[in-house]
Design a protein around this ligand. Sequence first.
Ligand code: FES
Length: 113
Amino acid sequence: MNSRYISFNEDPIQRTKSKTISITFDRRKINGEQGQTIAGLLMSNGISTWRTTSKNARPRGLFCGIGICFDCIVTVNGQRDVRACQRRCQDGDIITVQHDKLPEVKSHEDEAE
Ligand code: FES
């Protein structure tokens, strides 16, 4: 076997027809293809950020793309902390931006009371 260019029509592994699915992202209906991850579907619709940081509300989206960094978390159908790069979209999913405030820090004086 050697490496050579195979034209699309000669390639025995043809792309299968995909089904169009529709999800809601922050009250906006967007379309994608069945099998896409949430991150893939959002990015294919021009959306590159879907979370904000706790400290300064900075926008975040895809970073590692392989499920390690947790930078891409979103809320899916009410379930928090879903990694958008790992979860495949289902038709009708409702995705919302996730923003969490920093937890309150109690001082030692508060704990003594
Ligand atoms: S982009 Fe890093 S976990 Fe999803």
